[in-house]
Write a new protein. Structure first.
Length: 58
């Protein structure tokens, strides 16, 4: 069931990104080094939406 939900969410975000333009959607993406410092913190997202310059959309 979890896999089905992820695919539905990814398709919905992809459709919205195409409609608005200048956005890219990655499924099961990760963002390394979210917090700077001695302890690395990374995020593993079901869906990552980025602008054309590669910056994540929050």
């Amino acid at each position: 069931m979890h896999d089905v939900f992820e695919r539905i969410v990814e398709r919905a975000f992809t459709a919205a990104a195409q409609e608005f333009g200048n956005f890219t959607v990655e499924g099961q993406a990760s963002i390394p080094n979210v917090v700077e410092g001695p302890h690395a913190v990374s995020m593993r997202l079901d869906v990552l939406v980025t602008r054309s310059d590669g910056a994540p959309v929050w």
